[in-house]
Design a protein around this ligand. Sequence first.
Ligand SMILES: Cc1cc2nc3c(=O)[nH]c(=O)nc-3n(C[C@H](O)[C@H](O)[C@H](O)COP(=O)(O)OP(=O)(O)OC[C@H]3O[C@@H](n4cnc5c(N)ncnc54)[C@H](O)[C@@H]3O)c2cc1C
Length: 402
Amino acid sequence: MIKTQCCIVGGGPAGLMLGFLLARAGVNVVVLEKHADFLRDFRGDTVHPSTMAVMDELGLLDDFLKLPHHKISTMAGYFGSRRVQIADLTHLPVRAPYIAMMPQWDFLNFIAAHARAFPGFQLLVRAEARALVSEGGKVVGVRATVEGKDEEIRADLVVGCDGRHSMVREQTGLKLDVLGAPMDIMWFRISHQDGDSREVMGRFSAGGMIVMLDRGDYWQCAYVIPKGSADKVRAGGIEKVRATLATLMPGFEQRLAELRTLDDLKLLTVAVERLQTWWKPGVLCIGDAAHTMSPIGGVGVNIAIQDAVAASNLLAAPLRENRLKDSDLAAVQARRLFPAKATQAMQVGVQNGVIAPTLASTGEVKIPLPVTLMQWFPILRRLPARLVGMGFRPEHVQTKPV
Ligand SMILES: Cc1cc2nc3c(=O)[nH]c(=O)nc-3n(C[C@H](O)[C@H](O)[C@H](O)COP(=O)(O)OP(=O)(O)OC[C@H]3O[C@@H](n4cnc5c(N)ncnc54)[C@H](O)[C@@H]3O)c2cc1C
């Protein structure tokens, strides 16, 4: 049996950042990650200004920016053939007023490497938490399979950072509100060639939508389809998919031949959900486990990091000093509920006001009024930049290294 002060289930952005910050503040932490490494595709590659502001406060920003990345300072979109500017991040009052596009595995490896410098930090990989252990109505640990062997980890607090299909969330039986999403996403890659743009591009056309993320030598493309329609898309065959994509991606028709079979398209279902209560005695959920985010705005990773900062600010001292109370867990939810709610409300607004009508349209796609106003008054582009780049209620690191 392993004993620790805090057992974190999930080594994604929320879990690793929380593990790092707690260990830095002198708390003993075990992070369980079911995979062997962080090399998984289809996670956000966007590191936002709010996350880099946290890195700056931790004194890590200069080293972080030495990792290969490229900068996105503005966001553009196409409605039909009309190009519009949507956000301008250059005015944000931080040292890195741009989105750093960086594979998430580089970002997570960076945090894990810095966390390992603290003696209280332990990351177990190939370690899948399978069940919560409770005694007297309080969660006191988790049962896990670590490197193929059964293991029990006892802890003063278990934090569920295990994402959208959270085992921790499910086992607590806490109630979940499902806010819904009208779309799913099929991911695919095509090559990036000399002369291609380096922007994040959103293309809205009658009946379809594509978002293209520049990943250096290839484009990671998100083909947005109506919710539940993946089987229908697949039934049409790869030729039909290529033909549809060609209409959505003018200029990329030749490269669509790189999509050889339907296996080159990977389905990622989109969900927007939120726990009514994020904690029970001995256990807390943060990140996607507490509030699953839609990919809109590419903000989920950064909200997860902000949750981790708030949780470490509120929990480090009580955990270190063995005086953790239920009210400390409630305080984390009280601090982060508004940002989660406001961000999800914004995402649901875009889903219902822009994406659903675009997917349902058969004629010309209308530019939404706020986007039209942004073309006339460029200063308005600072508002989405602020909401996406910094989020609601940005957090600051209040703990000190011990
Ligand atoms: C299609 C799509 C695209 C997106 N694009 C972006 C984007 O560009 N930018 C952005 O910011 N956000 C994006 N998001 C949202 C983002 O992926 C999430 O909000 C974010 O990853 C949440 O971080 P997290 O740490 O809470 O959870 P996760 O990133 O899901 O991490 C959970 C971790 O827990 C591990 N785990 C799960 N179960 C267990 C278990 N039982 N035991 C041990 N380990 C376990 C998993 O392996 C994983 O490493 C996107 C979402 C979707 C669906």
